[in-house]
Design a binder for this molecule. Structure first.
Ligand code: NAD
Ligand code: GLY
Length: 355
């Protein structure tokens, strides 16, 4: 239960789940050899894990450089991307070199986009350090930056050579960030596997207390994502179910200038999707109440006081997933099953969401 294979027809890589960095150098050596490794991280993860990782990497590569960006969503932007390109240029990084993303989803997304675009693409490895990144963002090859307040507007599909998950790093993750990961696990459960709900509740506290369960928990989440992505790498069909809760979530994230965390906005987006399902008679109201109770018990937000739903709806219209006056939502018909459903974008939608 500690290795998943992302076996695309033309391309393969592994997602390895361990509880230390001790065999990372052999894992990397089995997929890459070259002269330089560039670790992109953030200023918090740098202090916690850069030295530990670098010691291991020196076993396979003498030249290791690192570049730390300010932590947080605001860094997922062109300005910081430019700074990363400048750094790569200053270190004479070539196509045969390797970029490692060491951090949460922000680092995975921006470092991955830098790797996808610098010199038309250089080798890339994900070492996710938040629960959210370990169960979701490091898997599947979506990399991006935000643009003019809109989430992930500039991006690419760019698969890594390896995803190396070290669950031990979760012991330093703040509780609020840990809960954000649980929000994405709720998404996985609702779209594909109702039995995962029990596992989420078992893992509801920080990684430290859940050593026995955490690897299996991460494995089960990654399994769901791998199964979906392998059917539809480029998000043209079934992969859209992974956007469950994200259409509203992304709009809230951008509208509030990233003062709420991605996982928190997804939690509110999950509730919004259930509300729409109840309105369109796709699911009964008891399921909405049930999901709200679980999210609250997990310590995730289910509403924002005074939220301006009309503006959220306007934002949704600009979302990259919207077409004309209708938006395709992924809505639950049961816990463990979702469908794609076109909804008119108008003030009625805001009223339903506000209800
Ligand atoms: P994040 O990367 O901002 O990390 C959250 C915070 O945790 C940061 O302050 C970081 O410094 C800190 N941190 C990271 N690891 C730590 C550790 N082990 N110990 C202590 N602190 C640690 O946020 P996130 O929640 O990991 O990721 C959110 C981002 O992921 C959003 O931008 C979202 O759009 C993106 N995302 C992408 C995908 C995808 O498929 N590419 C999927 C889901 C989310
Ligand atoms: N997070 C959505 C996806 O990976 O498709």
């Amino acid at each position: 239960m500690n290795r998943l294979n992302m076996n695309f027809p033309q391309y393969k890589y592994d997602i390895v789940i361990q509880n230390s960095f001790s065999n990372i150098s052999s894992e990397i050596a089995s997929v890459w050899s070259g002269d330089k490794i560039i670790i992109i991280t953030d200023d918090i993860v740098e202090k916690l894990y850069l030295d530990q990782l670098s010691v291991e990497l020196h076993n396979i590569c003498p030249a290791i450089y690192s570049y730390a960006i300010p932590n947080g969503e605001d860094s997922k932007c062109f300005l910081v991307l430019n700074q990363i390109y400048d750094f790569l240029l200053s270190r004479h990084v070539e196509r045969t070199d390797l970029i490692i993303a060491l951090g949460g989803g922000v680092i995975g997304d921006i470092a991955g986009y830098a790797a996808a675009t610098y010199l038309r693409g250089i080798s890339f490895i994900q070492i996710p350090t938040t629960l959210l990144a370990q169960i979701d963002s490091s898997v599947g090859g979506k990399v991006a930056i935000n643009f003019h307040g809109y989430k992930n507007m500039i991006g690419a599909f760019y698969q890594p050579l390896l995803v190396y998950i070290n669950t031990d790093v979760l012991k330093t993750l703040p509780v609020r960030e840990y809960k954000c990961g649980l929000a994405e696990a709720m998404v996985h459960s609702i779209i594909a596997d109702s039995s995962l709900l029990e596992c989420i509740c078992e893992n509801a506290c920080n990684g430290n207390d859940t050593k026995d369960h955490i690897q299996e928990f991460i494995y089960r989440n990654c399994r769901i994502k791998v199964d979906v992505v392998l059917q539809d790498e480029k998000d043209k069909g079934i992969r859209k179910i992974l956007n469950f809760g994200h259409t509203v979530g992304h709009a809230i994230e951008g509208l509030y200038g990233y003062q709420f965390k991605h996982g928190e906005c997804v939690s509110i987006g999950v509730v919004a999707a259930f509300k729409l399902s109840v309105h369109f008679k796709l699911i009964n109201v008891e399921k909405l109440i049930y999901i709200k109770t679980i999210l609250s018990d997990l310590g995730l937000p289910i509403k924002i006081e005074g939220i301006d739903w009309l503006n959220v709806v306007k934002r949704i219209q600009f979302d990259k997933k919207s077409k004309s006056e209708k938006v395709e939502f992924i809505l639950p018909v049961d816990i463990g099953e979702v469908i794609s459903y076109e909804v008119d974008i108008n003030s009625t939608l805001a009223e339903i969401l506000a209800d």
